[in-house]
Ligand binder design. Sequence first.
Ligand code: F0G
Length: 352
Amino acid sequence: MSWPGVYPRYRDYLPPISDEHIVTLQEGGTPLVRAHNLERRFNLPCALYLKCEGANPTGSFKDRGMTVAISQAKQSGAQAVICASTGNTAASAAAYAARAGIKAFVIVPEGQIALGKLAGSMIYGAHIIQIQGNFDKALEIVRQIAEKYPVTLVNSLNPHRIEGQKTAAFEICDALGQAPDYHALPVGNAGNITAYWKGYGEYFAQKKIAKRPVMLGFQAEGAAPIVLGHPLEHPKTVATAIKIGNPASWQGALRACDESGGLITTVSDAEILEAYRLLAQHEGIFCEPASAAAVAGVLKLAQHNYFNRTSTIVCTLTGHGLKDPENALSAASTPTHIVRAELHAVVRAMGL
Ligand code: F0G
């Protein structure tokens, strides 16, 4: 039987929604891949797994939460949904709204959305409004709109988003037969770290796992309000997905970190891009720069002997690399050759 999607699979852990209102693209069921080559290359004493969320239908983890939020919106008779986004939430909301026959308004920072994300939102038929401001400003505006007008907010402030996203933690425990020792992920608006911690907590309460993991959150150095302890007016990072100065789920992130005995710390853009290249060139996994922040962080902690020999670490790779072709082209170290269309010219270019 094919994978049914996160709602049918984990219905018992999710808010009640009747079958006729479920809007699914059979999201979830994503690969959990062991990173043997990175383990060897960095002499890691532990097992490193990558949860490849770019394999979701619109190319990011957002689909897990969106299936629940849009299904709920449909059940409650909503005609329109709205979100602010750095791109992935927008594409996901647009796709699920299209499938539900609901209008989607997506509010994004002008000129700061990776091409694949904008293209997705456009082809799914969302009503796209680019603001001359950043994500935090867009979120402030959509919150006010959702309060005043008949449009349902589908940012992670909507609790159904968190409910859906927590299923990634369930899948990891189901695959490993237990919780990992550490779970690392990038932190932007902080909904995902909040969701994972909730998911692990629920499996723990149900005695499906004997312990919960230590949660490790990574922000980009130029966009690290949680690490700095104050909001930022002008966050900066190459990882546009997590270019956020005032995360909505700030408290959720702190709770995950404190209750698990974990940490939230920074990685530089250079470290992010290095991990981005390493994942592609040594594991064959093309994620977007924000996703690589988790791996960059784990490699940095490993250098300081943070992990035990027996540890199992899972990094969530939150989005697919094809979302952001511009960064891939500029970060790739491999030159392309243009030669005459002749055998000898090609052989010479091959270095043979
Ligand atoms: N990675 C990717 C690829 C993302 O798109 C996001 C968030 C994150 C990590 C951070 O997750 O916000 O739950 O802490 N993207 C949002 C968006 C903000 O609008 O697509 P978070």
